[in-house]
Design a protein around this ligand. Structure first.
Ligand code: TRP
Length: 326
């Protein structure tokens, strides 16, 4: 049976960029295979952080994942640090990964260039990611474009470990990325990727009033100055949000109204707010239910971790055996 694995940082409340760029796709895929979705809190400590805050962000993320529709009855939703084998396997993979491969990762190059003193954890980040995936011997990893290089490295690691310790069997399958179908979601500024650190997000659980307060002034087609100017939907961030939230007929109608100056941008944004409401109402109400019953969230995470520890132990038994640790 195919296995799906993916991970998300415990950044706290999900925003619509995380949702459209990752989580919505996970929800769609969860029933197609045995699925594991991990809140990667060990990855989150490579930058300075507040421990009390980490606890809150981890829980908020778990709540957001379940509210979005991941179903703990059929899918393992769990916290990375609840399964110690992740770091055990990461250490082992450290010993089969050339430093040059790590230094070539674009994320490492970008992040390390901005720091005076670079921690080994930043360099080794993709090794822990490979351990996450391979611990479950997952073959399919739904991610965005920015993770493709890390996945390539996971395959290199699987291949190297197999060649060295399991030459007769492909113990670790080579995991393939499954790219999110939605185009990358830009922030409200229409300039940069939607990201919490850039303060350009719409939260998944925000109220309709809060969402409208953000949508109303949001960037549209930069060349459209007046309502009577015809717009160019393809260059407008709001149009791309329509593609993510509105039904196809509405998307077509919006494009027509925009390019013929039939509607002003506010008209267009009102329709978008309506489409977002349709998608977000059930998410918001599941979130409210989970907030009212915190024990249900604890139970779901505990069950997820238990199942994952079982699978992880099984994988590690084979690893330890082949490496002479039994
Ligand atoms: N690096 C991923 C990100 O920043 C998060 C992640 C950690 C992950 N481990 C993973 C994603 C394993 C997919 C599979 O988005």
């Amino acid at each position: 049976m195919a296995r799906i694995f993916s991970g998300i940082q415990p950044s706290g409340e999900l925003h619509i960029g995380n949702y459209l760029g990752a989580v919505k796709n996970w929800v769609a895929l969860q029933a197609t295979a045995e699925s594991f979705f991990c809140i990667v809190d060990y990855h989150a400590i490579i930058a300075a952080y507040d421990p009390a805050d980490l606890r809150i962000r981890r829980r908020e993320m778990a709540l957001g994942l379940l509210a979005s529709g991941l179903d703990p009855q059929h899918t393992s939703v769990f916290v990375q640090s609840d399964v110690p084998e992740h770091t055990e396997l990461a250490w082992i993979f450290n010993t089969v990964t050339p430093v040059g491969e790590l230094e070539r990762q674009t994320q490492f190059k970008d992040k390390s260039a901005r720091q005076e003193s670079v921690m080994a954890g930043l360099l080794n980040y993709p090794i822990l990611q490979a351990a996450d995936i391979l611990l479950y011997r997952a073959d399919t990893v739904p991610v965005g474009e920015d993770q493709v290089q890390h996945l390539e490295l996971s395959r290199v690691i699987a291949r190297r470990w197999n060649a060295q310790y399991a030459p007769d069997a492909d113990y670790f399958p080579e995991p393939q990325p499954k790219l999110t179908p939605t185009r990358r979601i830009m922030g409200l500024d229409g300039q940069a990727k939607m990201s919490k650190s850039l303060n350009n997000t719409i939260g998944l659980m925000e109220s309709p009033e809060e969402i409208w307060a953000k949508l109303r002034p949001a960037m549209t087609d930069p060349k459209r100055i007046k309502k009577t100017d015809p717009g160019t939907p393809e260059v407008c961030n709001i149009y791309h949000l329509h593609k993510a939230f509105s039904p196809p007929a509405t998307v077509e109608h919006v494009a027509m109204q925009c390019s013929t100056a039939g509607w002003g941008c506010i008209d267009c944004k009102k329709v978008l707010a309506g489409s977002m409401e349709t998608e977000l109402v059930p998410i918001r109400s599941r979130a409210a239910e989970l907030r009212a019953r915190p024990a249900a969230l604890d139970e779901a995470l505990a069950a997820g971790a238990e199942k994952c520890r079982r699978v992880a132990k099984e994988t590690m038994r084979g690893v330890r055996d082949r490496m002479g640790f039994d």
